[in-house]
Design a protein around this ligand. Structure first.
Ligand code: IFM
Length: 469
């Protein structure tokens, strides 16, 4: 089998987010976040799970950096918890909170792992939620103050900044469907939130540029690949509209300075259009250095007038991960090539800031018998990653300026409303003991990184059992 090489200097990394891994929610002056409040509200998360302890990364980051070193990653993407820095969202900074991230980035740098920091991965200070949260336009400005402070303190050691992670999820899972914190079901609020998140991104980019800080800045979107469920004109139109609401609603303002007209017409007809201040769109369109793409699956779309926006999502026919998400690696190629074609020259560079899969992993022996040679068997994840790496390689061959790939996630963690019932990690976490155990996929990733290449067989459709990872 041929080895398909990635460009020299390609950044291989892993990713996590503060509330999902840190724990230590009351330590060193951290304030309450909306996810503390939400997860402690009965009925909101699976088994009532919370991020109180999570993976205890706050204390165990040195051990986890050792694992990263062994994996051979050149980058680690983590997020900064706003309520650690400003416990009530604004005012006096909490230096102990800042110090944690300083220790983290210094420890990463000491072993030549580049820190990539996300400024908002969903843990809004609860005190700001009490002032209206992201539905309040002021929150965009408070975010910019927080971002400005953190970037001034940590730029240099942190060379890549991501302003917002998946604004669609924050706006719509949090405020339209009510499945995420703060748990609202208010379409008008959801569209206001989406606008304020975009505005907050633009304001942070402005601050970064005005201060001439070292490094580069961008945003991460969860690009949701949709295909029409059938060839009927109604399904095709529904799919185009779904793409508009899920993807173009964020891409067009960032790269073109306007909301997509087809979706605007619908949103206006429902009375959900946000108030757009003069100058907002210019701020949102401030040039960025890269786009982060989180890609997991694709969805089929059927027309259904009884549904919000008239579209009904359906799962595709392929195999599913434990999330119920279809495994559709060729969609990654489709997304990358499409984004670059449609949004260049404003879109200059891309990173896959998340890709990975949840499977029902188990320790092969009781935890007391685990040793350094124990491996968790996860052939489906190896296959999932190998096939997605291949599609990323293909996109690069076709000219897409893809500069890196961050596997979600370094280790099993708190999967939001699903609590600890889903495992996305390369490393298995035994939560009662906090023992980390390498999965087969971690060994596989280690080899891919060392070779900076993948086996060409991942471009072929074949049963995982045929493959030698
Ligand atoms: O765990 C999440 C992450 O926080 C954001 N992107 C998707 C992941 C898997 O659902």
């Amino acid at each position: 089998m041929a080895a398909l090489e990635f460009p020299r200097g390609f950044r291989w990394g892993t990713a996590t987010a503060s509330y999902q891994v840190e724990g230590a929610v009351s330590e060193d002056g951290r304030g309450e976040s909306i996810w503390d409040r939400f997860s402690h509200t009965p009925g909101k998360t699976a088994n009532g799970d919370t991020g109180d302890i999570a993976c205890d990364e706050y204390h165990r980051y040195p051990e986890d950096i050792e694992h990263m070193k062994r994996l051979g990653v050149s980058s680690y993407r983590f997020s900064i918890a706003w309520p650690r820095i400003f416990p009530t969202g604004r005012g006096q900074p909490n230096l102990k909170g800042l110090d944690y991230y300083r220790r983290l980035v210094d420890a990463l740098r000491a072993v030549a792992i580049e820190p990539v920091a996300t400024l908002y991965h969903w843990d809004l200070p609860q005190a700001l939620q009490e002032k209206g949260g992201w539905a309040n336009r002021d929150t965009a400005h408070w975010f910019a103050e927080y971002a400005d402070y953190v970037m001034r303190k940590l730029s240099g050691p942190v060379s890549l900044w991501i302003t917002q992670n998946e604004p669609w999820v924050v706006a719509f899972l949090g405020h339209f469907y009510g499945e995420h914190a703060p748990g609202l079901r208010d379409p008008r609020a959801a569209f206001a939130v989406a606008h304020h998140l975009l505005l907050s991104h633009g304001l942070a980019v402005e601050a970064f540029r005005e201060e001439h800080l070292a490094g580069r800045i961008g945003i991460t979107l969860n690009i949701q690949l949709v295909h029409p469920a059938s060839a009927s004109p109604a399904d095709q139109a529904a799919s185009r509209l779904a793409d508009g609401a899920l993807n173009r609603w964020f891409l067009d303002p960032i790269f073109r300075g306007c909301y997509p007209e087809d979706v605007v017409a619908l949103v206006q007809s429902q009375g959900w259009m946000p108030n757009i201040g003069s100058g907002d769109m210019a701020t949102i369109q401030r040039p960025i250095d890269f786009l982060g793409v989180n890609y997991y699956t694709r969805t089929l779309i059927a027309a259904d007038p009884s549904q919000p926006l008239g579209v009904r999502p359906l799962p595709g026919p392929g195999a599913k991960t434990q999330m119920g998400w279809e495994v559709y690696p060729e969609g990654l190629y489709e997304v990358l090539t499409r984004l670059y074609k449609e949004y260049q020259p404003q879109l200059k560079q891309l990173y896959i800031t998340e890709n990975g899969a949840a499977y029902d992993d188990h320790l092969p022996v009781p935890v007391e018998l685990v040793n350094d040679d124990t491996t968790v068997h996860d052939p489906e994840r190896v296959e999932y990653l190998g096939r997605h790496f291949y599609q990323a390689w293909r996109a690069i061959q076709d000219g897409v300026p893809l500069a890196g790939y961050f596997v979600w996630a370094l280790l099993d963690n708190f999967e939001w409303a699903l609590g600890y019932t889903r495992r996305f990690g390369l490393l298995y976490v035994d939560y009662p003991t906090q023992r980390r155990v390498w999965k087969q996929s971690a060994h596989f990733y280690q080899k891919v990184i060392a070779a900076n290449a993948i086996d060409s067989s991942y471009g072929e459709e074949r049963p995982a059992s045929d493959r030698k990872p």
